[in-house]
Design a protein around this ligand. Structure first.
Ligand SMILES: [Zn+2]
Ligand SMILES: [Zn+2]
Ligand SMILES: [Zn+2]
Ligand SMILES: [Zn+2]
Length: 182
């Protein structure tokens, strides 16, 4: 493979045969061609060349660029992934760690680490909810999820979504909208 720079252009294309670039452009006489190199992928910045040549000529230990800005290509991790997306190379950070409640295993504080809610640690307390009416409604006023959880877990910072926060802990209705609004 050789790199090809067409006249007055900043794009470095790749060519296998010296006739056309990987992205399909006929290479004119005025183009500059490099010596053959196995490391073409480290030098090209033509997304279409890289993308089209990758399946056959791409290096197994690098990721094919995702777009025109994803150059030079990034190395895969030892597990075959983008290191950023690999849970071994980039493990999720424990939240609320060290634990204010005295947990001793950080896994208990990794979001989803024990398969629970992504915003809850293993030591998060879920208090019993109130009995509901026959219509599954709260007897008194609804109580937003985050109020109940903050009261039960004063030392934890629980990063739940807005819609979870606003949901009634007991009956599951959205407390942001009036109950009998229609
Ligand atoms: Zn190209
Ligand atoms: Zn990895
Ligand atoms: Zn804990
Ligand atoms: Zn309610």
């Amino acid at each position: 493979m050789r790199l090809a720079r067409l006249r007055n252009k900043t794009t470095l294309h790749v060519t296998g045969d010296g006739i056309r670039t990987g992205c399909g452009v006929l290479i004119p006489d005025t183009a500059t061609l490099t010596h053959p190199t196995d490391e073409w992928y480290l030098h090209t910045n033509c997304y279409n060349c890289a993308y089209r040549l990758w399946p056959e000529h791409g290096p197994a230990d690098y990721l094919c660029p995702h777009n025109g800005k994803d150059f030079p290509p990034r190395r895969k991790c030892a597990h075959g992934f983008d290191p950023q997306g690999c849970s071994v190379c980039t493990p999720p950070k424990p939240t609320n760690w060290p634990c204010p409640n005295g947990c001793i295993d950080p896994v208990d504080h990794i979001p989803g680490g024990r398969g629970g809610y992504v915003w809850a640690t293993a030591c998060t307390v879920f208090p019993p909810s109130r009995p509901l009416t026959d219509q599954d409604e709260c007897v008194g006023a609804c109580e937003p999820y985050d109020q109940v959880m903050k009261r039960a877990n004063p030392k934890l910072r629980l990063d739940m979504s807005d819609s979870t926060e606003a949901t009634c802990y007991h009956c599951g209705r959205d407390t942001r909208f009036p109950r009998d609004g229609w």
